[in-house]
Design a binder for this molecule. Sequence first.
Ligand code: CMC
Length: 426
Amino acid sequence: MTDKKAHLTIDGINTTIELPIYSSTIGPDVIDVTSITKNGFFTFDPGFMSTASCESGITFIDGEEGVLLHRGYPIEQLAVSSDYLETCYLLLNGELPTPAQKEEFTAAIKQHSAVDPSIANIIKSFKRESHPMAILCSAVAALAAVYNDEIDITNEASRKLTAYRLIGQMPTLSAMVYKHRQGEEFIAPDDSLSYAENYLNMTFGTAGKAPNVSKTIAKAMDRIFVLHADHEQNASTSTVRLSGSSGTNPFAAIAAGISTLWGPAHGGANEAVLEMLEEIGSVENIEACVARAKDKTSGFRLMGFGHRVYKNFDPRAKVMKQTCDEVLAELGLENDPLLAIAKRLEQIALEDPYFISKKLYPNVDFYSGIIMKAIGIPTEMFTVIFALGRAVGWYSHWDEMVSSPYKIGRPRQQYTGSPKRDYPQK
Ligand code: CMC
């Protein structure tokens, strides 16, 4: 908080409205506009382009500079030197764990990775061809039913247990969604494996057979989870906060976040990237695709390019690109036709004046889609993996909100409908 103030004058109002300004640790300070309703106005900011909806100490983004920090640590350093569970601990607790704390946390997550048998029945009741995000959303919402009587959102220990359950069960649920669609038997979690290995084994393993997971692929998977762990007040996280602000069950709030993530402008972009690459079909068709993306009347956008916040580069994309090259080399896929289209598209877009002038760079979804395709994950599962990684971010934001005094989220509107009128007399 500072002594700085903004002063607002409005035509027709004699007094100047004084608005307090609060300091951020880094990034823009915020003008507190809550008092302007007393003067008969609302602020108007569709798409929340300049509205800070909350105070938060979890993640910082500077889109112009391509900076992403979790609890102050740069994402590039976490991606290379940390791992997913350590990053989860950091997001949830604000500090990196000591070795003993990390061991305890890892053990707690593993202990809570098995799902209630009722969830298996719910997943099995879906048609095989159902979209995996629809199944995942329902499965996570069903956790609200399983644990509703045990959750006390005002109790810290109860919230901690909920975090263990969510982070522990997301890989299990995601793998079950995949296995159901494949018509294969579910595989139980194996606590001798790391978090990413366990997910890969439950997804690609065969029931009754010993796990056989490549270390390089598990490392790439873990990095995908780290790079998706949190991203400040994006659409899905804001949904979780808004939903949670009513005091609802946290699993229900997170199911709402999963629904939001599904959309192609958000998490669904990695799926859309692969669909676009498949539609392009061959390197010769790339120019036409780029021309279509530049034509406003086409309604088509180059999927995996551009970002609401990053207008320089997406720091996650840089690390993801490196992992992408490693995975393709490990799998001997450097010459895969689809990946050749992706590489050429990236090159053309990075050199094209339209994309340069609009600051449209490949985002994290561009490269994560390519990696997951190379690993053998079906396109429709990509957003499920995003959700798996992001669960801790959603949870941390919900937890941060409910641990301090908070209000139910209730945006206002500029009403442009009919003035009051009387119902016609009959
Ligand atoms: N292809 C072609 N033109 C584009 C693209 C694109 N991918 N993205 C933005 N533009 C143009 C847009 O037409 C507009 O042009 P003009 O100024 O002439 O009207 C300008 O660039 C600014 O676009 P905007 O829609 O105002 O930007 P935004 O900040 O609202 O949208 C975005 C950001 C990510 C929704 C958008 O860039 C997009 O649709 N990208 C493709 C989908 C995608 O890859 N999404 C994943 C985002 S990263 C994952 C995550 O964090 O969830």
